[in-house]
Design a binder for this molecule. Structure first.
Ligand code: CO
Length: 504
């Protein structure tokens, strides 16, 4: 068969596999939004079965044969072509997945589905012991997965590679080391600063229905298209891009705090814009129809949440509207005070509610602990103690209860070891991309002041979204910004912003 024909067959088969995967995504979304508690076991079985089918389809010998044929064909002659990238990344993924036995894949899906339910209860009851046996199973399976993949150095490398292809612990450590040192300096300056924002402004009564209206209007303004997307409520917000024409985001409303839902919605909308900007119509099921990495994904969400949503120009435009909608809580507030309040920096327990500066400390802490867990240097029963003592060292405050400590995140229950670093990588990439955007569009802030956000959105679509996984994260970063990953742009951006707000 001619290579073009083989490629066509491969594309058709991958599309089928993609459709099966999207069925699992719909079930996963529903599990976290509307499913009654009683449905847990059945859902675990449904997802387990689909993941096993998905795995068998993707790792079938015929795909391996097609890829081998294509690898030495004319289609890969130009390594920059979409075909070459698709073949390269599929081969990489195929080689990796084929090492996993189907029963391990199914067991991981089932156990993590059950563990997430138990985790939710354990967190509500502040009871680690209740969750420990499930966590133990998940960790055992995760380590089995890493061993099956194989790795250089330490097992964590194998896990990280699932979320950030091509990135190693060494790369992460190089970026995080400088970040840690510079953050300590910045946080010290903030602590001793003469000015302090009044955060109580955003901790007044904010009617949930009004928050919903405001949040949706902001999401629409930055380009979230409600014809091909939905916004629902959940406990742990996420975005799910099912495929062409259907991208879902979720949020949670706190009647006594404006930040959670507003910036959470902008964050997830940022993820959704990426999903909506990938050319899935043409490439669904192939690497070019997927995101480049979780770090790149997070760079998009964090940019809209922070570089845009927590900027002065953004609020120059939106604050009068917010004042009209939340008259009782914001009617008497000045723009500058509000801007300070949404940018308040303060050590806190919960990662997802953390400010831009301390957020990365939360990630450094998790990176450190989960690496040690995977190396079996920390025993399951010792996780709470290890967490609490390291937390105090990083943040200078004592964990008051376990729901505010190691039980706060769903990731470990979900088997997502190796995932946390992608959040901080996302922060680093977002600052680099936004710097470049400002360089290429010097009037970007003036545009924000006029309520125009689509120029930035279109720029991101052209430079990042449309490529899907045609380039790996490091290469994409180089292509867009001309530079290698660095923590410096993020630190520069934060230092400039906070020195103005805090007066240091
Ligand atoms: Co995110």
């Amino acid at each position: 068969m001619a290579p073009k024909e083989v490629y066509k067959q491969l594309t058709a088969e991958c599309r089928k596999i993609g459709i099966l995967g999207s069925c699992a995504s719909v079930l996963g979304w529903e599990e976290r939004t509307y499913m009654p508690r009683g449905g847990r076991r059945l859902r675990a079985d449904q997802l387990g079965l689909i993941s096993a089918m998905h795995h068998e389809m993707f790792t079938s010998p015929k795909i391996g044969e097609w890829l081998s044929q294509l690898e030495s064909s004319d289609l890969v002659k130009d390594p920059d072509s979409i075909e070459a990238a698709n073949i390269r990344e599929l081969k990489w993924e195929y080689n990796k997945r084929a090492k996993l036995p189907t029963d391990l894949v199914e067991a991981i899906t089932k156990e993590t589905s059950i563990a997430q339910g138990i985790w939710q209860e354990a967190r509500a009851k502040k009871d680690f012991k209740m969750f420990a046996p499930n966590l133990e199973k998940v960790i055992d399976l995760t380590i089995q997965k890493a061993e099956a993949y194989g790795y250089e150095g330490e097992p964590y490398n194998a896990l990280l590679d699932d979320y950030e292809p091509g990135t190693t612990v060494k790369d992460v450590e190089a970026a995080f080391g400088g970040l840690r040192d510079d953050l300590v300096v910045l946080l010290d300056k903030i602590k001793g600063a003469p000015k302090k924002p009044d955060k109580s402004i955003v901790e007044r009564a904010y009617d949930v229905d009004k928050q919903k209206i405001f949040g949706e209007s902001v999401a629409a303004a930055i380009g979230f298209d409600f014809n091909i997307g939905r916004l629902d409520i959940t406990t742990h917000p996420f975005c799910s891009g099912f495929g062409p024409g259907d991208t879902r985001i979720t949020t949670r409303y706190n009647p006594d705090r404006l930040n959670d839902a507003l910036f959470g919605t902008m964050h997830e909308a940022g993820h959704a814009l990426y999903e909506m900007g990938i050319n899935k119509k043409e490439h669904f099921g192939m690497p070019a129809g997927e995101s480049a990495s979780l770090g790149i994904h997070e760079s998009q969400s964090r940019m809209w949440e922070n570089q845009v949503g927590r900027s002065k120009p953004f609020w120059n435009y939106f604050f009068p509207q917010a004042q009209r909608i939340f008259k009782e809580s914001l009617g008497d507030v000045k723009l500058d005070d509000f801007y300070g309040a949404v940018n308040n920096v303060e050590p806190s327990y919960i990662r997802v509610e953390a400010d831009e500066a301390t957020y990365n400390l939360h990630i450094l802490l998790r990176f450190e602990i989960e690496r040690a867990i995977v190396k079996r240097e920390i025993k399951i029963a010792d996780i709470p103690g290890e967490w609490d003592s390291r937390f105090e060292k990083y943040f200078g405050i004592k964990v008051d209860n376990i729901a505010n400590g190691c039980l706060q995140d769903v990731h470990w229950a979900a088997g997502l070891f190796g995932y946390f670093p992608t959040y901080s990588l996302g922060n680093l990439y977002s600052a680099m991309f936004f710097d470049q955007a400002k360089k290429e569009m010097p009037d970007i802030y003036e545009q924000f002041e006029r309520g125009e956000f689509l120029t930035l959105r279109n720029w991101l679509k052209e430079k990042i979204h449309q490529h899907g996984f045609r380039y790996r994260a490091a290469e994409l970063c180089k292509k867009v910004t001309g530079k290698e990953l660095s923590h410096k742009p993020l630190m520069k951006y934060m230092t400039e912003k906070y020195s103005e707000i805090y007066g240091f």
